[in-house]
Design a protein around this ligand. Structure first.
Ligand code: SF4
Length: 357
C-alpha cells in the first residue's frame, strides 16, 4: 500500500475527500503526518474513526520502519531504517551543545564509489523516494529527548544527492514548509561530489539551501584516484559552485576527507589554496573515519592530529577559512554506510534487532 508520505498536499486532500472526509479533515491528517509525526492512523485522535478506517484500507502512514539504533558514547545516534522493499538506509543524529544535526541519505548505496567510503563499496541499488527521504527526518525527530529539537539537516549520508533531485527537491520543500516540518532553508545543507549540470538545477530551485562540495583534492589526477567516477574536472566543479554562490548568495563549503600521505601533503594544501584562494568559501577538513574493510589494505590511513593541524595551518596561511570536523560516534560505526554494511554482512537470524523508537 502507498505511504501517505509519498503524497503531495493536493493528492492527500483528494485521497481524504475520496475516502468521505471533509477538506478540514484533510488538513488535520496533514497536520498529524508532518507536525506530530504520527506513525499510524490510530494516533490521529481528532480524525473520525470511519475516515481513518477508509484511509487505512488504501494507505499506510509511512513506508519505512526503524530497524536498529546505535548510540555512541558522545551522544551521536546512528539509525538504520528498513524501507518498504526490505532495503536499508542510514541516518545519523548528532547532538552538539544546543544544536542537533541530522544527516540523511538520498540513495540506497552510492554510485560515486569514493575509495574511502563504505556506502560506495557495493555501488548503488536505487534512488530513495521523496517519502523515504522525509521519513528519515520524521523517524529521527521522534528519537529526541523532550526539550531538544532538530536544528540542522545535512544531506550527506548515503548516495549522491544531485543524482536524485527529482525526489530530493520535493522532500526538501516538505522539510522546509512552515506548514510541514518547518526547518529554515539556512539550516539545510546539501552535499555533492560535483555534478555541474545538476548543481545548476539545484540553484534554480527555491528556497536557497546551503551547498557543500566534496572536493577532497584540487589536483584532477589525485581527485580521480579518490573519486574514481568523477566525470568533471575540479575547475568545472568549482566554477559551478561559484555560480551557485552568485545566484543564491550562500557561501559554499568545500569538504576534504583527509587521508594520510594521499591528500594531506604540503603540496595538496598549496593546490587547494591556488584553486580556492579568493573565493567566498570555507574548507571543512574531515580526518578519515576508518572503515575496517577499506583500512585493511593499509593504503588508507587516518592522519594524526599533528598532520591535520599542519594542513589546516597551511590553508589558513593561504587565506582560506578552515574548519576541522572532530570525529563523532567513533564507537558506533561512525563512517557513512558502515551500519548498513554490517547489517548486510550479518548472518540471517530470526530477530533482526529490536527498534526502540
Ligand atoms: S563519500 Fe558520499 S559520494 Fe562518495 S561514495 Fe560515499 S556516499 Fe557516495
Amino acid at each position: 500500500m502507498q505511504p501517505l508520505t509519498e503524497l503531495g498536499d493536493e493528492a492527500l486532500l483528494d485521497a481524504v475527500a475520496a475516502s468521505g472526509g471533509q477538506p478540514f479533515q484533510g488538513r488535520q491528517v496533514l497536520h498529524w503526518l508532518w507536525r506530530h509525526g504520527a506513525e499510524d492512523f490510530a494516533q490521529m485522535a481528532n480524525v473520525p474513526q470511519r475516515l481513518r478506517t477508509a484511509l487505512a484500507a488504501r494507505f499506510v502512514v509511512r513506508g519505512s520502519t526503524l530497524a536498529s539504533a546505535s548510540l555512541a558514547s558522545d551522544g551521536t545516534e546512528k539509525l538504520l531504517l528498513r524501507l518498504g522493499d526490505g532495503e536499508t538506509v542510514e541516518c545519523v543524529l548528532i547532538p552538539e551543545g544546543e544544536r542537533t544535526t541530522l544527516c540523511i541519505s538520498t540513495q540506497v548505496g552510492c554510485p560515486v564509489r569514493c575509495v574511502f567510503c563504505a556506502s560506495g563499496m557495493d555501488g548503488v541499488r536505487r534512488n530513495l523516494t521523496t517519502g523515504e527521504i522525509v521519513e528519515q527526518v520524521l523517524v529521527a525527530r521522534r528519537r529526541l529527548p523532550p526539550g531538544r529539537r532538530l536544528t540542522n539537516l545535512v544531506v550527506m549520508g548515503m548516495g549522491e544527492p544531485m543524482l536524485n533531485l527529482d525526489a530530493l527537491l520535493p522532500a526538501l520543500q516538505r522539510i522546509h514548509d512552515p506548514a510541514g516540518i518547518d526547518m529554515g532553508a539556512r539550516r539545510i545543507t546539501v552535499s555533492t561530489s560535483g555534478y555541474p549540470r545538476q548543481m545548476e538545477r539545484f540553484a534554480a530551485a527555491d528556497p536557497a539551501y546551503n551547498l557543500a562540495v566534496s572536493l577532497h583534492a584540487a589536483d584532477d589526477v589525485l581527485r580521480r584516484r579518490l573519486v574514481p567516477t568523477a566525470g568533471h574536472s575540479v575547475a568545472e566543479i568549482v566554477a559551478a559552485a561559484h555560480r551557485y554562490f552568485g545566484r543564491k548568495g550562500r557561501e559554499v563549503t568545500y569538504e576534504v576527507v583527509l587521508l594520510e600521505g594521499m591528500n594531506d601533503r604540503p603540496e595538496d594544501a598549496v593546490a587547494l589554496v591556488e584553486t580556492l584562494g579568493g573565493l567566498p568559501c570555507t574548507v571543512n577538513l574531515i580526518p578519515w573515519n576508518p572503515v575496517d574493510e577499506l583500512a585493511a589494505g593499509g593504503q588508507l590511513r587516518r592522519p594524526a592530529a599533528v598532520r591535520v593541524d599542519a594542513f589546516a595551518a597551511a590553508l589558513r596561511r593561504g587565506g582560506l577559512k578552515v574548519t576541522v570536523r572532530r570525529q563523532r560516534g567513533a564507537d558506533q560505526a561512525a563512517a557513512c554506510g558502515q551500519l548498513r554494511r554490517r547489517e548486510l554482512m550479518a548472518p540471517p537470524t530470526g530477530d533482526r534487532g529490536s527498534p526502540t523508537a
